[in-house]
Design a binder for this molecule. Sequence first.
Ligand SMILES: Nc1ncnc2c1ncn2[C@@H]1O[C@H](COP(=O)(O)OP(=O)(O)OP(=O)(O)O)[C@@H](O)[C@H]1O
Length: 891
Amino acid sequence: MDLKLPEDLANLSELDEKSLLEVLTGRFTQNLIYTYIGDILVAINPFKYLSIYEKEVSERYKCHEKKSLPPHIFAVADRAYQSMLGRLATGPKNQCIVISGESGAGKTESTKLLLRHIMELCKANSQLEQQILQVNPLLEAFGNAQTVMNDNSSRFGKYIQLRFQNSSVKGAKINEYLLEKSRVVHQDEGEQNFHIFYFMLAGISTEDKEIYGLLDPTRYRFGQEHMVQAWRVKYAEVCNAMDMVGFEEQEKVDMMTILAGILSLGNITFETTDSDALKVSEASRGWLKATAGQFGVQEEDLLKSLTCTTSVTRGEAIQRLHNQQQAEDARDSIAKVAYGRVFGWIVSKINELLAPKVDCDVELNEIGILDIFGFENFAVNRFEQLCINLANEQLQYFFNHVSPSYMENSFTHARFAPLFQDLFLTKPIGILSLLDEQSAFPQATDRDFVDKLNSKFKTAPNFEVVRNHTPLFTIVHYAGKVQYNASGFLEKNRDTIPANIRELFINSVTPLLSVLFAATISRTGTLMPRKAKVLLNVCVLFSVQHSLAVLMEKMFAAGPHFVRCIKPNRSKQPDQLDSKLVMDQLRYNGLMETIRIRRDGFSWRPAFKEFAERLVCRRENRDFLSSLHQIPLCLILDSVCCCVDYRARICRRRFLSLLAEIRRQRQAQREREEREEEEERRRQQLEDERKRRLELEQENLRKNCVHSSSGADGSGSHTSFFVLSCGQATPFDNELNASLMLQPIDEERMKEKHLKKTNTIRWFKETQVRKLTRDGGFPCWFHGMITRRQAEDLLIDRPLGCFLVRVGQSREGYTLTFRSDRCRHYMVEMQSNGKYVILGEDRAHSSLTDLVQYHTQVGIKPFMELLTLPCGQVSVLHSVLGSLLCVSYRL
Ligand SMILES: Nc1ncnc2c1ncn2[C@@H]1O[C@H](COP(=O)(O)OP(=O)(O)OP(=O)(O)O)[C@@H](O)[C@H]1O
């Protein structure tokens, strides 16, 4: 029988490295991958399927605080959600969840699980939630790559902000950090370029291949791999995600053409000539031509920008010829900048689409999820590692700082803050300032930078001078010593493109490329639409630091939650745990440090206000004593400790006045909730009343329609669709006339309804008819603007699986009505990019006919029902009127 191991390590009386490792290993062997250390969730990657994410499990973790459930990632999502709504002791407050761990530890999977569960919690089932979930495949295709550590490694960090109005999600925003652009031009042994290149080469149709000017995958230097079938499927998924997220067709074409251009550019090589000038090698002349075509620029202009730099001094243009290395650097920097900007553009498109559509005075609450690279220490550590470790240093500072005992512990304060402040941030002699200063001198070298560091910091406790030909230096981080190789630091930090290259691309005939190169980069490194004429010269490390500062500000103001992901072994095998590797990560993750701090303090550490509030909550139960034994003993003890602690430090009067204030707030909140409930009840009553009246109206309408149409063709089924009026037919005349014929129940409402219908009909005629008709007729399953009731009447005697499509009564869209055990109605929405989606489905279609066709093969969620039999119209009249409509449309 499995030994019962503690779920929360903070409850252990003895908590040292040995016992920590023992418990974690024991739990891992029992497939218990989640463990708490106080309020931190430790997650060990199982590298295998575990049935702990099924629907029933996620159901159990809704409002889980009321139940006693084992540690789980869903519990973190639930706690963050309930805290955001103010349901757990404190009032409503923004929340942030910080996920960290080394590559392959499971951060991205954890992020996805958190997102999924939060969507479950807010009972999300609309298009917005589908779009939020669809963002992932898109970001992964462009931002992930196969590395030796992880087959699907995120090569960028992200902070996803979910925005809520009360309990429902209203929008989302993504901030991306540190995309590893250098991967586009160089991949180490055993690693690959970004996924999208392989997906595109494997999945693209022969026709599109020709349009984009793509050749066989083996021909490209930037991404030679054996194409596999799975990539073809992935390409289809990416295209669908783009449709779902709302990309226009032309934008997709432009984007793929730019990617094709990047691939061709990578194949250009240079040769020296007898004169000083360089030329493109004979073998790659074709690639130059192809690149120019794909980038929409002139071939000779492209060549010039690769082989020389033009600068203007006192109104005079001066040309400086490149040597071979400089030409290759120019080529690679175009590829990196173009890719980086495409990625930034995708993120900004996603953000545009997911932006909350609410009035600006509506207050929104937020849950942020940060998934960022863990601390890195490789054999060779470059500029990228410095940026990542800088971010981790700051996160660790945050991690310790949000703990109250940290504030009280001057020892820890003295340990983290100075490294960060003095070594990195001090102006003008912090590492950041020195690097920026050196980057501004065109003649400065990486050696100069390291020499400056050595002279400034030789006595600093967290810096070590390295005597070597190569420009090396060492920093003692919170997680250990890291030796950095500064070769390439200045170039990478500048990350600028010469003005002549920028100008060339701004004038590209490919609209997207022109927009991307004209865009400015904000101080936080975000791509901005063209605002200023001059591109800000923001150095990379500066923008990393600035964006981190902005992030920290947000996080400090939010309620924090931590997930520490651990990789159990390097070979990505299930059921294997390498103790040394796990121990190293616990150290890098700062967990050992945390445990040390917490051992010195208390394991439950609410803010003073929260503590007092909890106490009030319990006391307000009237029967305080009886409620006590519902509270875990450790909590009571902690509360008492905290109480003593607070009383010792803060005067009693403040404590009591705070209690009184909290009581008052609670009372006000209760009253507000009661008011809201009352309003909701009233609204519901009105809604029921409205529905009842509508049904009555529709019933009348149906009777009228049946009556008036039976003379037109004598058929009961399709007559509700078309009625001839004044000798000229449109599919909606019956609706309009009938609605006008009704006794006005409420004149205003009828007018509004009539207006909505008129608008929908105009929308249908102007944008839909051409798309829907084929050979002058509508598909037989299309029934125009019939009511819900009419649709149900049509299907009532039909076999299961029978379906029809009708135009929405009061909105621009369709409804698919399906005969199951009863009739189901699925809303079909048309997105701004012209694609059709069934609400709640994750697939976009180019036409309504494609959508119907697709669901004859793939069931509709959540019941997975197939469309088997179209509920048809009477074809003769149908097609005649269809063609009439088309004619009137063309006129
Ligand atoms: N909870 C889990 N259950 C099963 N497998 C998992 C789980 N978490 C992670 N994995 C496996 O581990 C792999 C790596 O996880 P993931 O991509 O989330 O790591 P990561 O920390 O985000 O890495 P990187 O920093 O390189 O992006 C996944 O592709 C998956 O196969």
